[in-house]
Design a protein around this ligand. Structure first.
Ligand SMILES: Cc1cc2nc3c(=O)[nH]c(=O)nc-3n(C[C@H](O)[C@H](O)[C@H](O)COP(=O)(O)O)c2cc1C
Length: 188
């Protein structure tokens, strides 16, 4: 796949076939994630790839995250209850993805979290997944349960930046148009 097509053809996929993803395929996309640039070349990005029983334990935590958000969502979308219901179903099932990938940031020398380096690694991962015929999407609504997720995964000194459901797509998402006038040219 040409880079142009990979970048433009990648979509956020939120519904997956139950088919398992071979570990070699996951290894391939994670390798490309780790080839992303990183601040001071520290390469602190860290990924945890989960399937099986642990995934079910985490899915329950995601469902609790939705229950925390529900009262606010019901107020915000008072006129559009279908949106809230759609979100409930997504949080409870995570699109039926056979694999969850948890993307973590490490610390910078000044003690802050290097979330930027992990974000660019995730973009590599999303593009590589697309090239491998997989779908995924960056999700961060569940970060309100970061503490519970970290406990479930045994993580102590890293910052969770997003959770990626990964699997073979069971939907063809619409293509959201891109905003215009987002570039300013000076001296051209
Ligand atoms: C920082 C960030 C946070 C996002 N959070 C969520 C999320 O919590 N849930 C979700 O379904 N999609 C999430 N997305 C995906 C966006 O909704 C999606 O990228 C956008 O609608 C454009 O669609 P496309 O990715 O198919 O081009 C997030 C994307 C980014 C970059």
């Amino acid at each position: 796949m040409e880079l142009f097509d990979a970048i433009k053809g990648r979509r956020s996929v939120r519904k997956f076939k139950p088919d398992p993803v071979p570990k070699e395929v996951l290894e391939g996309i994670l390798e490309l994630a780790l080839w992303a640039p990183s601040g001071m070349n520290r390469q602190e990005s860290y990924f945890i790839v989960v399937q099986g029983e642990k995934k079910e334990e985490l899915r329950k935590i995601f469902s609790d995250a939705f229950n925390d958000m529900k009262p606010t969502l019901e107020k915000v979308f008072a006129e559009k209850p279908k949106i809230v219901e759609g979100m409930r179903v997504f949080f409870e099932t995570y699109g039926g993805a056979p694999v969850f990938i948890f993307a973590y940031a490490g610390k910078m020398p000044n003690g802050g979290w290097d979330t930027n380096s992990s974000a660019v690694a995730v973009q590599n991962l999303l593009l590589a997944a697309h090239e491998a015929g997989l779908g995924s999407t960056w999700t961060d609504g569940v970060l309100r349960k970061e503490k519970e997720i970290n406990e479930a995964l045994g993580i102590e000194d890293r910052k969770l930046i997003c959770v990626l459901p990964v699997g073979y797509p069971d939907e063809t998402p619409r293509v959201p148009p891109r905003r215009e006038d987002r570039i300013e040219w000076i001296g051209f």
